[in-house]
Design a protein around this ligand. Structure first.
Ligand code: ASP
Length: 439
């Protein structure tokens, strides 16, 4: 059994958190590759080391003095080192960082130092080998992640390293210049390490006990999802649910390695399993609910639309020509509605409408803004009767007017459009009927 364990910033924000992490790693011999983030916030008012690095580097870039700011970053690490009773000396590293900041080595280099330094401390603390991600995670000359070269280099390196710490968030081009993933990218590194080491499990340790059925800002103490498939996760993440970086799915998915989301502050909780497929029925008919506000609908009506060949294509062409992506497109016999992101559409609205008028001559075009989309996702929906019926009666009871319905062709999701103002009430109604009332 081989596990890759990734720890997020809040799990490594202080010496006390490091100790919890140490206990978790030591508890299982199989936890052999560790991917740390940079130290995160110790409390609500605190600043993440990554953000401190971005701010410090911005001063350096402007040619301003940044020694005070760099000292504050150094103090964050020193507090951890002292609290753990280690002898790790980072002064040489900080001299190099200062020199490279002055030489304007780049924002990515600057941000990556958070993980780099935390990796050194972690390796020292655990007695594991430190592997600089710049040597094993490869980006191409355009700055895009090179998955296959990385898999080869990293795979070979790990064959000879039974226990190692590989810092998250960054890698380098062939010439050695550092490139980072987007924010939260240590999740991606963990997944890449899991793939290259052919791990059995990728454990992603954070500060929540798993992926929640609904947004905790809307539902108080929502239930945790036990098991979710990659596909379901993608649907929910796309609609705004976040626990894991979106790009963290692909490397492990290729190898069929499951991801287990765990809580550093509650290690006995099972967390959420993210798997390729499962015969395990989800606890409720639905797996999760997520949604986003801020959509616009463009509704076209034209008599005999159904018999006009190329109508849909010409309408969508107008959106494409103006560079607007569309989210959904429910249609009737003589009607067709295109849903788009409000912020993307607003300043292109008139030119899109003009092109539609010109190319398909609709009887009417109606635009409505301030709509929200809610995705109700669940692999169990396909085989259970009446799911849609229960959703809509719950919404009717909650006095929510449903503006649009779209069932994905996979029968794994139902998308519901409501007014922005009804968004929270709609999610609460759906949660209550499936999770609280267990219907
Ligand atoms: N430290 C980086 C960030 O704050 C990457 C990560 O934590 O995954 O975005």
């Amino acid at each position: 059994m081989k596990k890759v364990v990734k720890f997020g910033g809040s799990s490594l924000a202080s010496a006390k958190q490091f100790q919890k992490v140490g206990n978790i790693i030591r508890e299982e011999e199989s936890r052999c590759y560790v991917v740390p983030s940079a130290p995160g916030k110790r409390n609500n008012k605190d600043t993440k080391v990554t953000d401190m690095l971005y701010a410090t580097y911005a001063l350096a870039e402007k040619g301003k003095s940044f020694s005070k700011e760099l000292d504050q970053i150094k103090a964050r690490y020193q507090e951890i080192i002292d609290g753990l009773g280690l002898k790790t000396d980072l002064s040489g590293e900080f001299k190099t960082i200062e020199k490279n900041f002055k030489a304007k080595k780049g924002t990515d280099y600057a941000a990556s130092r958070g993980e780099y330094l935390n990796g050194i401390v972690m390796a020292d603390y655990m007695g594991y080998t430190f592997i600089d991600a710049a040597e094993v995670i490869r980006f191409d000359d355009n700055g895009a992640f090179d998955a296959e070269t990385t898999n080869q280099i990293l795979g070979e390196r790990l064959e000879n390293e039974p226990k190692a710490v590989i810092p998250g968030f960054y890698g380098a081009k062939a010439d050695g210049s550092v490139v980072t993933f987007s924010r939260g990218g240590s999740d991606v590194t963990g997944s890449i390490v899991a793939r290259a080491s052919k791990a059995d499990v990728y454990e992603n340790w954070t500060d929540v006990s798993g992926f929640l059925v609904a947004d905790p800002r809307i539902i108080q103490n929502p239930e945790i999802i036990d098991t979710i498939t990659y596909k379901e996760l993608r649907e929910l993440s796309y609609m705004g649910a976040s626990v894991l970086h979106e790009d963290a799915i692909f490397p492990v998915r290729q190898e069929g390695i499951p991801i287990n989301i765990r809580n550093t502050n509650d290690p006995s909780a099972n967390g959420t399993w993210i798997v390729a497929s499962t015969g395990q029925k989800s606890k409720y008919t639905i797996t999760g609910i997520a949604g986003k506000k801020g959509f616009c609908s463009v509704m076209l009506e034209k008599e005999m639309m159904n018999s006009e060949i190329g109508f849909g294509r010409k309408v969508l062409q107008a959106f494409e020509d103006k560079g607007v992506t569309f989210e959904h497109m429910p249609s009737g016999i003589d009607t067709m509605t295109v849903l788009v992101h409000q912020d993307e559409f607003m300043n292109k609205e008139q030119s899109v409408v003009a092109q539609i008028q010109r190319t398909v001559h609709p009887d009417s075009i109606e635009i409505e803004s301030d709509l929200a989309l809610i995705a109700v996702v669940g692999r169990g929906m396909k085989s259970s009767r009446g799911t849609a019926g229960r959703i809509f009666s719950a919404l009717a009871h909650a006095n929510v007017n449903v503006r649009m319905i779209d069932q994905g062709s996979s029968e794994m999701n139902i998308i519901i459009g409501v007014e922005n103002a009804d968004f929270e009430a709609a999610i609460a109604a759906i949660y209550n009927i499936f999770v609280v009332a267990k219907l």
